[in-house]
Design a binder for this molecule. Structure first.
Ligand code: SAH
Length: 428
């Protein structure tokens, strides 16, 4: 890695109209302190797809199909219909506390609840913004692994940013989670439990006065820790539970956004699931020359393959897809890159996609910085002028390190929590 200015190759696809001037394509390659791209034995950027073997989290009702829940209830010595009562307690009342389940017979209740709704997340710390409309949760999993979720109130909706893995194996240099490596996949129930716990906090008034009765999380974004499509089966089970009206949370699929770094075979699989979640692709560069550097997974699936898969997602589901683009100063924020992105998107049709640029959020020890405001505006303007709906994403939670790319739950956070604890443990 060098901190000398490097010259980006001019991508072949650029038309003469958008060809950059020599001065425009000079770029300083930012360098995170001590960072160099990890390589595998073949010299390709190192990626961790497989989850390291660790003790499995306890099986929970949300890991099971409705039929399996009935079976397990019987195994625990109670009639199968009791499973439905547990579902109501968990998905409607957000409780796993047997003392509150007075409709269940006292004898066998504790055992049933222990077997079906084991504790999964222990609250280590919650941080709230001054305005009280954003809360970051630090959770400890059964084996000590740490994850975070971020709850955000907007007018008319409440969004929860959930984690799908403890850590992440995708190694993106500008993302704090990516730099910490993969600890393990989360179970479906560990993913769902983040929502149930957030709903409980909302009901208890933790996110301020309710706008209406029964207020709860309406939107989910898989933009916390982890690469959701590298934990495909568990993420899909969690999504099924989120949308199931009878045996789950009954949320709308379109309110759920799955964001990926671009695992093409998994995108294709997702497109064929018949669950029309919103799909987001973290592109960050329209040319392979730069994307190889920014997104190590680009060594496996190139820009055009990822865009083809995104377009295919739109065709199969009818859902307009989002392209995420973190604007990094002098790195990927050149006008010609906006033009090239527009060209590549328009080449695949009209009306199928929109772009969500987001000014880069600072991460510890990194000198990568956000683009200047004027550069951000110009980037957005060029895309909009080319007919691509583009809106700069509002960043929430920066002051509590809860914004995109800043989630890196550490043992230090856990130690800090001993002093700054704002919520009691309430994992039951
Ligand atoms: N692994 C998934 C989801 C997690 S990250 C993915 O890559 O899509 C959610 C979004 O935040 C991604 O678009 C990611 O690229 C972006 N992101 C990561 N680090 C960031 C940072 N420092 N500033 C702004 N966005 C960042």
């Amino acid at each position: 890695m060098t901190d000398q200015p490097v010259r980006a190759a001019q991508p072949r696809q650029v038309s003469p109209r958008t060809a950059p001037a020599a001065t425009e394509i000079r770029q300083v390659r930012p360098r995170a302190e001590g960072w160099s791209q990890k390589k595998d034995a073949e010299g390709r950027p190192a990626l961790q797809f497989a989850s390291p073997k660790r003790g499995k989290p306890p099986v929970h009702l949300a890991d099971l199909t409705p039929e399996q829940r009935v079976e397990k209830t019987k195994e625990l010595g109670l009639p199968g219909f009791r499973a439905a009562q547990l579902e109501t307690h968990y998905f409607t009342h957000y409780t796993s506390d047997p003392a509150q389940m007075t409709d269940l017979p006292a004898s066998g209740r504790e055992e049933l609840v222990a077997g079906m709704l084991p504790p999964l997340l222990t609250e280590v710390r919650t941080l709230k913004t001054d305005r009280g409309d954003t809360i970051k949760f630090l959770w400890k999993l059964h084996d000590g692994a740490l994850v975070e979720s971020v709850l955000m109130r907007y007018p008319g909706r409440i969004t929860l940013c959930v984690s799908s893995q403890a850590g992440c194996g995708m190694n993106c240099p500008f993302c704090a989670t990516g730099q910490a490596g993969l600890t393990r996949n989360m179970s479906a129930a560990e993913i769902v439990e983040q929502i149930v716990r957030a709903n409980r906090v909302i009901r208890e008034g933790g996110l301020g006065p309710a706008e209406h009765d029964g207020e709860r999380v309406t939107n989910i974004v898989f933009m916390g820790m982890g690469e959701p499509l590298a934990n495909y089966a568990r993420v899909m089970q969690a999504v099924r539970v989120m949308v199931d009206k009878k045996h789950g949370l009954g949320m709308s699929a379109r309110g759920i956004t799955v964001s990926t770094v671009g695992l093409v075979p998994a995108i294709t699989k997702l497109a064929n699931e018949g669950v029309p979640v919103t799909f987001a692709l973290s592109l960050h560069a329209p040319d392979d020359h730069l994307r190889d550097e920014l997104i190590p997974v680009n060594s496996r699936w190139k820009v055009d393959e990822a865009l083809d898969a995104a377009r295919d997602y739109f065709e199969k589901t009818g859902r307009r897809v989002s392209i995420e683009y973190a604007l990094i100063k002098d790195m990927n924020d050149h006008g010609w890159r906006a033009d090239l992105l527009a060209e590549k998107l328009n080449a695949r049709g009209r009306g199928w996609v929109h772009v969500n640029p987001i000014p880069l959020n600072p991460t510890p020890g990194s000198i990568w910085t956000s683009s200047e405001v004027s550069v951000q505006r110009e980037f957005v303007r060029r895309l909009n002028d080319a007919g691509i709906p583009t809106t700069l994403r509002d960043t929430r939670g920066k002051e509590i390190d809860g914004a995109c790319g800043q989630l890196v739950a550490t043992a230090e956070d856990e130690a800090d929590a001993a002093d700054t604890r704002v919520g009691a443990d309430r994992h039951s």
